[in-house]
Write a protein that binds this ligand. Structure first.
Ligand code: UT7
Length: 387
């Protein structure tokens, strides 16, 4: 009979931020954009570009989180790799992290809900600990977006960055970890954010692998993001009898400073109690929330017993809000020696190398635009009735 635990405490945390920095001015060397536009519309000043793989970033972050928790990789029962950046679909990426860590006993799964993947993973791992299936887990948020960005499209190319962070969860009897969860998906808007060129739908359409087009309706996503995150935050607070005054820190998804401000305003939490990292790292999709959490801990903004609110949204359009009660410890038990190898190119040089290998509006365009997807429920239903 598995031993059930009421809580899954966060006992370790670690981030892996690639050293190469891409500034707004770097972007304006090859895009019709400016530091002024990007800063005013998004709050972003710079983002990171990785010279190592997503699995390597995830491994460094996990190793640091394990050292912080004082836990051996061999004691892990579960690894969740949250994100949509995968070198391969088979084998999965979590198994790559598992072997690099030496976590021989762990089950390993990839979880992709785009930008919400880390928080969906945190919720999943917490439930698995509570049900007694596992006792020790690592949950990772990781993205290597620079490799599948359409660098010719200024609407999206200025927004994203690479990075990773991870937390260790351990079964606990004292109240800590995730204490409230709301998960949802606004699937009617799923077509507002799509990366064309990744997936089996493009097979046989003469698409060169690595050529990408992004469908990205920024204004629709913006409005749906504010609605989704605010609604989920309001619901999780109401269901758990929590008011704005009880929230010590909001650690939100970092897609745009204006979205963060709107969500904070809706939740009636002043910006002094909101963690903002979007100016430093841009939107790292699944990595934004765990990286912001680790930065908040490093800066001493998470205190013993703090109540954290974590709202997020992403492709799908998935959304969620988690309430996290912090435990007693806010400092690491140990440090990992694992680190990045030196980068031999600047961020701009790396991006220019990726751009040179891409041709998003040339040889692959017809295939990338092929209508290979069943869109909304209405369109699918119409097709079903017509046959
Ligand atoms: O994690 C999920 C990912 N997605 C998001 O979170 C995105 C949510 N959306 C947003 O954050 C915002 O909608 C954006 C930052 C993407 C865009 O901001 P906006 O205030 O909605 O701008 P807009 O799309 O209405 O564009 C305004 C103008 C347009 O020019 P015109 O038509 O007014 O002449 C754009 O062509 O700004 C132009 N523009 C740019 N100009 C300079 C669009 N991108 C750029 C750019 N540099 N990079």
């Amino acid at each position: 009979m598995p031993t059930q635990s009421k809580y899954a405490a966060i006992t370790g945390w670690g981030e892996a931020l690639p050293p190469a920095v891409l500034t707004n001015d770097d972007l304006s060397t090859f895009l019709d954009t400016s530091d002024e536009w990007i800063t005013q519309r998004t709050g972003m000043k710079e983002r990171r570009v990785s010279h190592v793989s997503a699995i390597e970033m995830a491994t460094i972050a996990s190793s640091r989180a394990l050292a912080c928790a004082g836990l051996d990789a061999a004691d892990l029962d579960l690894i969740i790799y949250g994100g949509c950046s995968n070198e391969e679909t088979v084998p999965n990426s979590a198994s790559g992290v598992q072997i690099a860590l030496g976590a021989t006993r762990a089950a390993s799964m990839d979880l992709n809900t785009a930008c919400t993947s880390f928080l969906y993973g945190l919720s999943t791992a917490t439930s698995m600990i509570q049900s007694g299936v596992v006792r020790n887990a690592v949950v990772i948020g990781v993205e290597l977006i620079s490799r599948y960005m359409d660098w010719s499209n200024r609407n999206v190319a200025v927004l994203f960055g690479d990075g990773a962070a991870a937390v260790v969860l351990q079964a606990s009897v004292t109240e800590s970890g995730v204490v409230g969860t709301v998960l949802g998906c606004d699937a009617e808007s799923r077509q507002s954010l799509r990366v064309r060129g990744m997936g089996t739908g493009y097979t046989g359409h003469n698409v060169t692998f690595g050529d990408m087009l992004w469908d990205f309706d920024g204004q629709v996503i913006f409005k749906r993001a504010v609605l989704g995150m605010s609604g989920a935050a309001e619901r999780v607070m109401r269901e758990h009898g929590v008011t704005a005054a009880d929230i010590d820190l909001v650690v939100p998804h970092q897609a745009n400073l204006r979205i963060i401000e709107a969500v904070a305003k809706h939740a009636a939490v002043p910006m002094e109690r909101v963690m903002v990292t979007v100016h430093k790292y841009g939107n790292m999709s699944a990595a934004t929330v765990p990286v912001s959490l680790v930065d908040a801990l490093t800066e001493g903004r998470v205190k013993p017993g703090s109540l954290l609110l974590m709202p997020a949204f992403g492709g799908g359009l998935t959304f969620c809000a988690l309430l996290v009660r912090w435990g007693e410890r806010t400092t690491p038990l140990g440090e990992s020696s694992m680190t990045f190898p030196p980068a031999t190119q600047s961020a701009l040089e790396m991006v220019n190398t990726i751009r040179a290998g891409q041709d998003p509006h040339g040889r692959s365009q017809a295939g990338l635009l092929a209508p290979v997807f069943a869109e909304t429920r209405r369109e699918t239903a119409e097709r079903r009735h017509a046959t």
